[in-house]
Design a protein around this ligand. Structure first.
Ligand code: ADP
Ligand code: MG
Length: 778
């Protein structure tokens, strides 16, 4: 190892002198000075000392104190200082792509380097790193996939897991794996970073690892709740005027009542009761809850519009950060604001959207300061809560909700609903306004609602389906799924685990003994949900990869069909033009995408999008995702050339069958009655279709079954994106033959299908089906 050090040394000295040169330049000096002003700087030596003396350490500190950009850099600098620069490899995980990219760019800039020199990033399907990269920012998913190939993380010296307070599923999972790895890699250092003070939980999980806190400084932020808004903005909701009459006493009573209700375990009912007590007639939260979206209704929009006008007309400079529930809301509100005489005036206002799945070049705009005299307004999801910092924000507008997946294990149904955020999240949102000067935060809900919020959000592991996770546990060879998950920080319910394992068995990713099958192994290599991975693999096997890649890209990015709030009818008509009367949202999507590709080649793609209510941005994102699928499938040696895998792309029947194979067991039966269609699934009974579905507005569906991508529970169970299929497709592609043999197989299918089969047909079917299953598995 001494010889090794001698060889490595010159490189590390090189790195060091280059840094010195940069730090001596005027720009570099400015950066060095800036870095010294961050609260983390004062703790630098103490932090490095604790890291050197312990294997695990938990670091907490206010957002913006310098955890993400500074701490990994301190480690890098001290390694270079100790002449270990060339031998160290620091990996810092981020929960989201955008933060991994923007943080790595920032750190490279702080070091006067290009990205890909000593600092790099790697996110799903995209990355920038070079031979000299020693500090790599990546998504948690990327590190998990690396563990798949190299279980002991050979060569890695430090793992920094950032934003652990968010309790994302991947992070919780990673912590179990790392906890197992630590005794086998005594030289590996683990640093956990959190924006909130609840470090004890993590510290005790890692056998009492030391916890360090970075004291931070933020300017005070004044909080305005809905009741205050009336006064501060001069804004009145007609039915809301009564609030003035309530007076202080009433407000106090409302608060007291809400506090009592807090004990209720269900936050929604507590909020509902509190609202009942508050009698917010003009501000009907309840109807809003039963709809799937929070803001783009008239009252919500009016409120936002008024608050923004109030800020923009005001004297105080500073950017505005608006927290919304999701992409749909952001788009819809942005469109409406663009039509506003003041807020839509590009000479006065720079309106930006900030969302995890937008292009990275666009994301960068958010960080730049706008030209003099122009107010920057950023509409963002809860992503802007902790992981990215927009420096010039002085005003925060908080709608109080975030779209959160929750999971109903009893009905085995994921629900994606805007739900009230936690107190911690509301505080965090507020804090974003106090970074450069004292700020203002407008919470668009009454204080009594805030009082009824939960203290913290539930960990994701406890509220989402666990299929991908279970597959990863198996492919990492981590033993029994339920045993492994029982070692989590907060283990998920047994029933959720069981549902996920059952699902993986049904789709053929696990065999009856819970061992990974060949299909399962391939699925775990693809960074998409198992069902989408299965579609890709089958698309490749059956030579119809082209449309299947489009379907999968559409399902993993988002629907490119726009549904503007005020032009829903026109949008639905535009969409139905692509439906081709074949009762499939997926094939409709393929046609729209192909039409766009043609338009791009010949005329203007934008014009095409405009005419057809399509999002050019989403189509472009799908396009690049398709390219990435191709590379991934190639990397996994599942295909060698796209043309041979797409020979049968025009065979809609085949494409339908592959869609069915992927989406099974997401299936419902179709019964056409006079003028109405009844849809039923085994688990939910009657279900409904979203009106945006091409199958949602037809008088009848001449197929016995629909396969669907997703079901969402919003009062009733709604299906999203469906494709109609025939009996034979369901029989051949819907399921694998279980170990119960043909009889067992029929019995299982019998649950879905009352299918009478002649004995002669049965043996033909059986051999066909066997052949098919073998093909899929091998
Ligand atoms: P933390 O991880 O503790 O929330 P960060 O390390 O992300 O803090 O940020 C520390 C400081 O660095 C921020 O307060 C901000 O002033 C500055 N900073 C971070 N990212 C950027 C950027 N992209 N552009 C300019 N300044 C930035
Ligand atoms: Mg951070």
């Amino acid at each position: 190892s001494l010889a090794r050090e001698r060889i490595l040394r010159p490189r590390s000295l090189q790195l060091r002198s280059k840094q010195q040169q940069w730090q001596d330049s005027p720009e570099g000096q400015k950066m060095v000075e800036f870095r010294k002003t961050l609260p983390a700087y004062k703790e630098k030596d103490a932090l490095l000392k604790v890291i050197s003396e312990n294997q695990v350490i938990v670091v907490s500190g206010e957002t913006g104190c310098g955890k993400t950009t500074q701490l990994p850099q301190y480690i890098l600098e001290s390694e270079i200082e100790a002449a270990r620069g060339a031998a160290c490899s620091i990996i810092c995980t981020q929960p989201r792509r955008i933060s991994a990219i923007s943080v790595s760019e920032r750190v490279a800039a702080e070091r006067g380097e290009q990205i890909g020199e000593s600092v790099g990033y790697k996110v799903r399907l995209e990355g920038m790193r070079g031979r000299d990269t020693r500090l790599l920012f990546c998504t948690t998913g990327v590190l998990l996939r690396r563990l798949l190939l190299d279980r002991s993380l050979k060569g890695v010296t430090h793992v920094v897991v950032d934003e652990i307070h968010e309790r994302g599923m991947n992070e919780d999972f990673l912590l179990i794996v790392l906890k197992d790895l630590l005794p086998r890699r005594p030289d590996l250092k683990l640093i956990l970073m959190s924006a909130t003070l609840n470090a004890e939980l993590f510290s005790s999980y890692f056998n009492g690892a030391p916890a360090m806190h970075i004291p931070g400084f933020t300017y005070p932020v004044r909080a305005h709740f809905l009741e205050d808004l009336l006064e501060t903005t001069g804004y009145r909701l007609t039915a809301y005027n009564q609030i003035d009459d309530y007076g202080e006493e009433k407000t106090w009573k409302m608060q007291k009542q809400a506090q009592l209700k807090k004990r209720k375990s269900q936050i929604s009912s507590a909020v509902e009761d509190a609202l009942e007590a508050a009698d917010f007639k003009g501000y009907n939260f309840r109807t809003r809850d039963s709809m799937s979206c929070w803001s783009p209704d008239s009252i919500g929009f009016n409120l936002i519009e008024n608050v923004l006008c109030h800020i923009v007309k005001g004297e105080r400079p500073g950017a505005v950060l608006v927290f919304m529930t999701g992409w749909d809301d952001i788009n819809s509100v942005k469109n409406q604001l663009e039509a506003h005489p003041l807020l839509g005036d590009p000479n006065k206002v720079l309106l930006l959207a900030c969302h995890g799945s937008m292009a990275s070049s666009e994301q960068r705009l958010i960080f730049d300061r706008p030209p003099e005299g122009i107010r920057k307004i950023v509409l963002a999801t809860n992503m802007a809560e902790t992981s990215i910092t927009i420096n010039d924000v002085v005003f925060v507008v908080d709608c109080g909700k975030a779209k959160e997946t929750s999971y109903d294990a009893l009905n085995n149904t994921p629900c994606l609903l805007p739900s009230w955020i936690s107190k911690a999240a509301a505080r965090q949102r507020r804090g974003r306004a106090g970074r450069v000067m004292p700020g203002e935060c407008y919470h668009l809900y009454p204080r009594c609602v805030y009082d009824a919020f939960a203290d913290y959000q539930q960990p994701e592991l406890l509220r989402t389906p666990l299929q991908s996770l279970c597959l990863q546990i198996k492919s990492l060879g981590l033993g029994s799924i339920s045993e492994f998950l029982s070692r989590a920080l907060q283990p998920p319910e047994a029933l959720s685990v069981q549902n996920a394992v059952e699902y993986l068995k049904v789709i053929g990713a696990l065999d009856d003994n819970e061992n990974l099958t060949a299909l399962g192994k391939n699925l775990s290599m693809l960074p998409v949900e198992p069902k989408l991975g299965k579609m890709l693999i089958l698309g490749a096997i059956f030579n119809c990869l082209d449309p299947i890649m489009t379907v999968v890209a559409g399902l993993s990015v988002r629907d490119p069909f726009l549904m503007p709030f005020d032009k829903k009818d026109l949008a639905e008509i535009a969409r139905s033009k692509f439906s081709g009367r074949d009762y499939s949202d997926h094939l409709t999507l393929v046609r729209a995408y192909n039409g766009w590709k043609d338009a791009e080649r010949t005329q203007s793609g934008y014009e095409y999008c405009w005419k057809n209510f399509l999002s050019a941005q989403t189509l472009k994102a799908m396009d690049s995702m398709r390219k990435q699928f191709f590379f991934l499938l190639k990397e996994a040696s599942l295909i060698d050339n796209i043309d041979s895998c797409s020979k049968l792309s025009h065979d809609d029947h085949l494409v339908r069958a592959i869609i069915c194979a992927g989406l099974f067991p997401g299936i419902c039966s179709v019964v056409n009655k006079e003028k109405s269609i009844t849809l039923k699934t085994m688990e939910d009974g009657q279900v409904l279709l979203y009106s945006s579905s091409v199958n949602g507005n037809v008088p009848m569906i001449p197929f016995p079954w629909l396969v669907f991508n997703d079901k969402v529970k919003v009062n009733s169970v709604f299906l999203r994106d469906s494709t109609a299929i025939s009996d034979s497709v369901l029989l051949l592609f819907g399921d694998k033959i279980s170990s119960g043999g043909f009889d067992g197989h029929l019995k299982m299918l019998g649950g879905y299908l009352e299918f009478f089969m002649k004995p002669t047909l049965a043996s033909t079917y059986l051999s066909l089906k066997r052949e098919l299953d073998e093909l899929i598995q091998n």
